[in-house]
Design a protein around this ligand. Sequence first.
Ligand code: HEC
Ligand code: HEC
Length: 205
Amino acid sequence: MLQFPHFVHAALFAAALLTSGSAHAQGAPGIEEKAKLCATCHGEHGIPINKQTPVIWGQNEGYLYLQLRDFKSGSRKNDLMGPLAATLEKDDMLALAAYFAKQKWPNLQQPSAPDDVAAKAKTAAGSVGCPACHLEHFQGDGSTARLAGQWQDYLQATMMAFRDKSRGNNPGMSDLMKATSPEDIAALSQYLAGLQIDAYLGQGR
Ligand code: HEC
Ligand code: HEC
């Protein structure tokens, strides 16, 4: 992150605006104003500014809320999201989660994994049982993340972070990733990133 000082600047700028807006906590008015600040990094139309910043448009509501809560508490650490989440009250987090969950997941135009990579990924997913929680199209639900169509680079980085516990907010995912080899994690990232599931799910989730 240090090689991108303008992002840090953006985070501080956004944090200042978020703080100034949270005087009216009741019912979290102005949530759309706050959501605009998130667009600095997560994208105007839901396509994030870089491959290290995850899609949040159309992500599951419970999952979004829990991540904001965990960034605020510090159980999930990130130099950009930590300071931002620190300025949010619970009402803001719930309202932001509801707002972003209603948006349409963007198409990042990532190619489908080649057959050999897909086969390796499916074997790994089958042996760990990912679909038991992330569901059959990797759409997730509630407090379980959607994985299909997320950035490949982000998926790989966050799975490796669960594995070495630098992402420590879900010990269950850490145990599962420790049982998965880095090669399988690489295949899973490429496979999941290339899944186009919105035709199955219907429009505008
Ligand atoms: C300065 C850039 C920046 C801004 C502004 C920003 N984010 Fe983030 N956000 C990130 C990055 C980078 C990550 C990935 C962190 C990591 O790798 O752990 C992230 C992660 C997240 C996640 C976790 C998603 C997942 O799939 O686990 C959520 C939820 C989130 N941001 C919500 C928000 C909301 C809501 C706002 C506005 C209030 C916001 N972000 C503003 C950069 C930003
Ligand atoms: C027992 C249920 C369960 C199983 C099995 C499971 N997951 Fe998860 N996974 C979760 C939950 C719950 C979360 C949200 C964790 C959090 O709150 O940070 C998660 C989060 C993730 C994330 C982070 C998403 C993001 O946006 O940051 C990735 C990636 C992931 N899982 C991949 C996998 C893969 C790949 C498998 C199979 C190899 C798998 N998971 C198996 C429950 C599960």
